[in-house]
Design a protein around this ligand. Structure first.
Ligand code: GDG
Length: 494
């Protein structure tokens, strides 16, 4: 670990969390371990090639950690107080924006205290990024926690090229317009040169919000911003007109890493052992989700329980394994959801389980990636029944691991992945009868059909991997760069 001091970087990623977790040895000595995640893998090559830095929170409140290097990455911590974590992160990010952007599946809290903290913390992130970015550098801001950063950063550093990527859906204007601070959010995002979304529909919703709020046209996904003081824009961010592009860039996974894991004999042996431990049933169904109300876990349980009740599935021959990894446990809605889900599991198991077999094998744990891959390999049917999901990487991970061209993916049309994974069995999770039919179709699908579908799915995921995602985004951003830097240069000359 070395102090990176006041170095400047040509490429800066800004995200709520740094891509590392602090671990404490027995004697209390801290060290950092990379947090597993697609974003780190996607951005790592770009970071290395461009002498990049990463700005984000360490995950620990009131942490005075200075900039440091870990695993050859330059990491720049943003200090968040315990109050900021509560109001900005658990509050505005996870109790306002998250439910609102997922179509109000849960009621968003509109709190002025949350909002004030969100503004203040976004300003902190913008200042930290402004401090480390080199002249005319590129800054890529990630996700819904930091929607005000693009504009704040542009005000501090008009020379920068700024990209933003939204990992979660962007809602239709009818819902988005509920947000008391809708104008500020859209203005915040428009500080970027390029705004990336998961789905074409998300980019469309954002552009519609721009048109509705500012009464402007957005031809070809482009927003033309007049110079400050002109037009309807309450507060333009530049002395010069500038244009902003909004477009979809579906995120993906490090497919090669999953393919490599499947080749590991230990992982394959573990998959077989999982099957054996479950009593080698005819069908293993699997769900893997953060325990979140957007994931449709209850809908999946309802459909499965009805199939058991109707005798169309039998616990002696079928099991549903549900991994629900712990998530946001300090937010009340998540605590209530956990109770609700665990009540359902108890009821379904009480009703349909036998001494030999439970109906639902429910696990509220996080697991190492190897274990996840073994589970994917063991599963005959993968259930992704999200009510709304930006992309859903689990669907892509399942497909990437199935080098045997086997397994059936049941996929919600409300997950971004449905735009690409068209050979899955696409379902509407609210339609319980439709979901039940798809589950039975999956259970009874012939080997030939499973193979045809899985081949096409795998091809898509292997070709459109996360490296391609970051390359596509950064190339699109670079295409805007000459304009942006020319404008910035002109602005400085004035
Ligand atoms: C957001 C958007 C979008 C889960 N449990 C364990 C574990 N995981 C891994 C999965 C997957 C990741 O976490 C979850 O990604 P998802 O895409 O499924 O969902 P979100 O967490 O909601 O992510 C989403 C994503 O951002 C990226 O843009 O796709 O729509 O909501 O990789 O495998 N990994 C391990 N143990 C677990 O217990 N190792």
């Amino acid at each position: 670990m070395t102090d990176t001091g006041s170095e400047r970087f040509d490429f800066v990623v800004v995200s709520n969390r740094l891509p590392v977790d602090r671990v404490l040895a027995h004697d209390g000595t801290p060290s950092w371990k990379p947090s597993p995640g697609g974003l780190v893998t996607a951005l790592e090559p770009v970071m290395r090639a461009n002498d990049g830095a990463w700005v984000g929170w360490t995950g620990v409140a009131d942490d005075d950690q200075q900039p440091f290097e870990a695993d050859d990455l330059h990491l720049v911590p943003v200090r968040l107080s315990a109050e900021a974590v509560e109001l900005y992160y658990e509050g505005f990010s996870n109790d306002t924006i998250w439910p609102l952007y997922h179509d109000v599946i849960a009621q968003p809290t509109y709190s002025r205290r949350f909002w004030d903290a969100y503004v203040a913390v976004n300003q902190q992130f913008a200042e930290a990024a402004a401090e480390v970015a080199a002249q005319n550098g590129t800054v890529w801001v990630q996700d819904y926690q930091l929607q005000l950063v693009p504009r704040m950063l542009r005000e501090l550093r008009p020379d920068l090229v700024i990209g933003f990527f939204n990992h979660i859906p962007f809602p239709a204007y009818g819902l988005f317009s509920q947000l008391p601070w809708r104008l500020q959010i859209v203005e915040g995002l428009l500080g970027a040169d390029l705004i990336g979304f998961q789905r074409r529909a998300d980019a469309g919703n954002f552009l519609r919000a721009v048109r509705r709020l500012f009464k402007v046209q957005t031809p070809h996904g482009r927003v033309e911003l007049p110079a400050a003081g002109e037009g309807r824009w309450p507060n333009s961010m530049s002395d010069r007109p500038r244009s902003v592009v909004a477009k979809h860039f579906p995120i993906s996974i490090d497919a090669k890493a999953y393919v490599a894991l499947v080749e590991d004999p230990a992982v394959r042996a573990r998959a077989q052992q999982i099957r054996d431990d479950l009593g080698d049933p005819g069908t293993i169904m699997l769900g893997v989700d953060r325990l979140d109300y957007t994931k449709g876990i209850q809908h999946r349980f309802t459909a499965y329980a009805e199939l058991l009740a109707e005798g169309k599935l039998d616990v002696d021959d079928t099991v549903l394994v549900q991994i629900a990894s712990p998530s946001r446990e300090r937010v009340e809605t998540y605590r209530a959801l956990r109770d609700e889900i665990e009540l359902t599991v108890g009821r379904v198991n009480g009703e349909y389980g036998t001494i030999r077999h439970s109906a639902i094998n429910y696990l509220h744990h996080g697991y190492p990636r190897e274990e996840m891959v073994a589970l994917f390999l063991a599963a005959d049917v993968m259930l992704v029944t999200a009510l709304r999901d930006g992309m859903n990487l689990v669907a892509k991970e399942y497909v990437a691991t199935r080098g045997d061209d086997d397994g059936v993916l049941v996929l919600s049309e409300f997950a971004g992945a449905a735009d690409e994974l068209k050979q899955a069995l696409l379902i509407n999770p609210h339609d319980i009868d439709g979901l039940k039919r798809a589950m039975l179709t999956a259970v009874h699908m012939t080997r030939a059909e499973r193979r045809t579908r899985m081949r096409a799915l795998r091809h898509r995921v292997l070709v459109h991997d996360v490296e391609r995602w970051s390359r596509d985004f950064l190339e699109a951003l670079a295409a805007i760069r000459p304009r942006a830097s020319a404008q910035a240069a002109a602005a400085t000359e004035d």
